[in-house]
Design a protein around this ligand. Structure first.
Ligand code: ADP
Length: 642
């Protein structure tokens, strides 16, 4: 595009001519004005590429003044046109840094050369100014960066002497800039002098372009961990270092390493089995305790689905529940469960689980505590508590028996013994009387033949009663003392034995006995035999006088227990007394002439409870009774110990 030129000349003819020449030279005319003022307005309006200014415009160097303003305010180059020039005018014109002079009258060529040189120079000028501006901008930018960056910046010479430091470095170290500038790097380096960078300037230069860690010492003696990157500006003989405070980062890293060490120790030394699984349910890590618990080697577990150790039947359901829980991030605080392993073992476990994010992956940490031993201990404790309760009841029964029932026959014996003593005294008086009258003789005879034998009879009955009670007492105490050894029992054998022992009474009772297939139970042979003997004996004792005894003994497994039933067609028990028959010495109506002491059923209940079982009765007076006994099933576990 043609350069646009503003012509400023108060001589219209010259201005016109100049315009013509310029057009011929291929320039465009941006305007033609005659005064300095008009020139300023035209420049502001037209922004020409160049102003051709008559130096002798008006008075008082009006053209020069206008040229100065144009250059300063608009940066438009001015070429002076002058016919004659005195030194003073020229000197003034020079101050305004014109881009050229043309002397009137001029040849078109001179004008062309002057204008082209002026445009070229102006262009160069502008470029220079632009790059100067860019440089200044960059410097400003850089200064701002140094001022605002949180990294420390140091500039040193090639020997490591500090030439400049930024504010961040001053704040980091607590030094003022003035305290640092001029000092060698060793002034701030916290290492032993031999290892300081300042001691080996070549080392400093060698590290250029790398990033490394060093420690500097703050003014208050604090050691600061720094990450340093160094650039060697060889052309300027300078080294610029950026220093980042990584003390906190190091602390965090140290804390993290410590936490990791703790975690590793807990992981490997814990007695709890620990397993880490990912979203797919694959095992990422297991600890030693886990391997010991499930008896699988670590290599066979890691990378496999966590279900690989479980019974095949459970796997699909386990996987489904796992995915569901994982999706919901649902953890169960702590719960107990039994897991069936593929090798057939069952593990009683207490399980705790939690989700955690490790290296940006969410994983499930599950901790397993083997509680089989604890469960065994708990079972043993329960068993002991049952034994203790049983023994206490025994003690109560014995105390009651001794204090109450042994006492009444004893009082009887005591009373009749007194009476005998009295009768004997009376007899002696009668016999010693002189004369021994026939009346006395009759009285003595009465004593000897009736009163004394009757008293002896009562004493004997009392002694027999005491003997029976003591025998029961012994039976009871044997139950308490005997070692309790439960094992699987063949109940048909036990019941047959009891029936054989009672064969005579059964025959006398014209008994018809029916025994079903009885499931085995876990029990103490002697005690269970005693239990059934008592029940069968009662069925014989409390049979209906008018009809022959019919006895049925059956058994079935119900909810983990064996329930046996001894059913008779005897006298039955009134409903309101059915609860009380289990009490010590209680005898229901009607017992009639049936001998007994009301201890048998108490013993039966004691034996059942000793096994963790129970007893109850269903009975209809006049029709018969059904006595039920629940005892533990003979499990394989019990069989193993038996
Ligand atoms: P005892 O037979 O020595 O009286 P038990 O404790 O064995 O003592 O029985 C308590 C009471 O329960 C008996 O006195 C009797 O009244 C009643 N009883 C026990 N077994 C039966 C039965 N099979 N039929 C009817 N009543 C019974």
């Amino acid at each position: 595009m043609a350069a646009r030129i503003l012509i400023v000349d108060d001589e219209a003819i010259i201005a016109e001519t100049t315009g013509l020449i310029l057009r011929q030279l291929g320039y465009a005319i941006a305007g033609q004005v005659a005064s300095g003022e008009a020139a300023l307005a035209a420049v502001a309006r037209e922004m020409p590429d160049l102003v051709l200014m008559d130096i002798n415009l008006g008075n008082d160097h009006e053209g020069i003044a206008a040229a100065e303003t144009i250059r300063r305010q608009h940066g438009v180059p001015v070429v002076y046109v002058t016919a004659y020039t005195d030194d003073d005018t020229l000197a003034r014109a020079k101050i305004t840094h014109p881009f050229g002079y043309v002397t009137k009258p001029y040849a078109a060529r001179d004008l062309h050369v002057a204008i082209e040189i002026a445009l070229h120079n102006h262009q160069q000028d502008q470029r220079l100014r632009q790059s100067e501006q860019a440089l200044a901008d960059r410097a400003e930018h850089f200064a701002a960066l140094l001022a605002t960056t949180r990294d420390g910046v140091l500039e040193t010479d090639e020997q490591g002497r500090m030439l400049d430091v930024n504010q961040a470095y001053c704040e980091l170290t607590g030094y003022a800039r003035a305290e640092l500038v001029g000092q060698p790097l060793s002034f701030v380096e916290a290492r032993a002098p031999s290892a300081q960078l300042a001691a080996q300037p070549s080392e400093l230069l060698r590290l250029s372009g790398t990033r490394f860690e060093r420690q500097h010492r703050a003014k208050d003696g604090r050691v600061i961990d720094l990450e340093i990157s160094v650039t060697h500006l060889a052309a300027r003989g300078r080294v610029v270092a950026f220093l980042r405070d990584i003390t906190r980062r190091k602390e965090v890293q140290a804390a993290r390493e410590a936490a990791e060490a703790v975690f590793r120790a807990v992981w490997e030394q814990s007695s709890m089995g620990m397993r880490l699984t990912d979203a797919a349910g694959d095992i990422r890590a297991v600890n030693d305790a886990y391997c010991r618990l499930v008896r699988w080697p670590r290599e066979a577990l890691v990378g496999q689905p966590f279900t690989c150790i479980y019974r095949a039947d459970d796997v699909a359901e386990m996987q489904r529940r796992y995915q569901e829980r994982f999706a919901q991030r649902a953890v169960q605080e702590r719960f107990s469960r039994q897991l069936q392993l593929r090798d057939g073992r069952a593990l009683d476990l207490e399980v705790t689980s939690s989700f955690m994010e490790l290296e940006h992956t969410v994983m499930l940490l599950v901790m397993f505590q083997d509680v089989s031993l604890r469960k065994q201990a708990e079972a043993a404790r329960e068993e002991m508590a049952r034994t203790l309760k049983f023994k206490n009841q025994e003690l109560e029964r014995l105390v009651y028996l001794t204090s109450h029932d042994l006492r009444s026959p004893m009082l009887n014996i005591q009373g009749f013994a007194h009476r005998i003593a009295g009768d004997c005294a009376k007899l002696r008086g009668l016999v010693e009387a002189d004369p021994f009258s026939p009346k006395d003789r009759a009285a003595a005879l009465e004593i000897v033949s009736r009163q004394l034998p009757r008293s002896f009879g009562f004493i004997q009955a009392g002694v027999e009663k005491m003997d029976r009670l003591i025998a029961s007492l012994l039976r009871l105490s044997r139950l308490g003392r005997a070692a309790f050894e439960p094992k699987p029992l063949d109940l048909n054998a036990v019941v047959n034995e009891a029936l054989n022992a009672l064969a005579f009474s059964l025959q006398a009772a014209e008994g018809e006995v029916e025994v079903g297939a009885l499931p085995a139970c876990a029990g103490d042979a002697a005690l269970v035999s005693q239990l059934f003997t008592n029940l069968i004996d009662n069925a014989i004792k409390y049979r209906c006088p008018g009809r022959g005894l019919r006895l049925a003994i059956t058994g079935e497994v119900r909810e983990g227990q064996v329930v046996y039933c001894v059913a008779d067609n005897g006298v039955g028990i009134p409903p309101e007394q059915q609860e009380r028959i289990w009490e010590v010495f209680f005898r229901a109506d009607p017992v009639g002439a049936v001998a007994g002491d009301g201890l048998g059923l108490n013993l039966v209940r004691g034996i059942a409870e000793r096994h963790g079982g129970k007893v109850w009765v269903e009975s209809v007076p006049g029709e018969g009774s059904r006595f039920f006994v629940a005892l533990p099933v003979a499990s394989t576990a019990t069989a193993g110990t038996g």
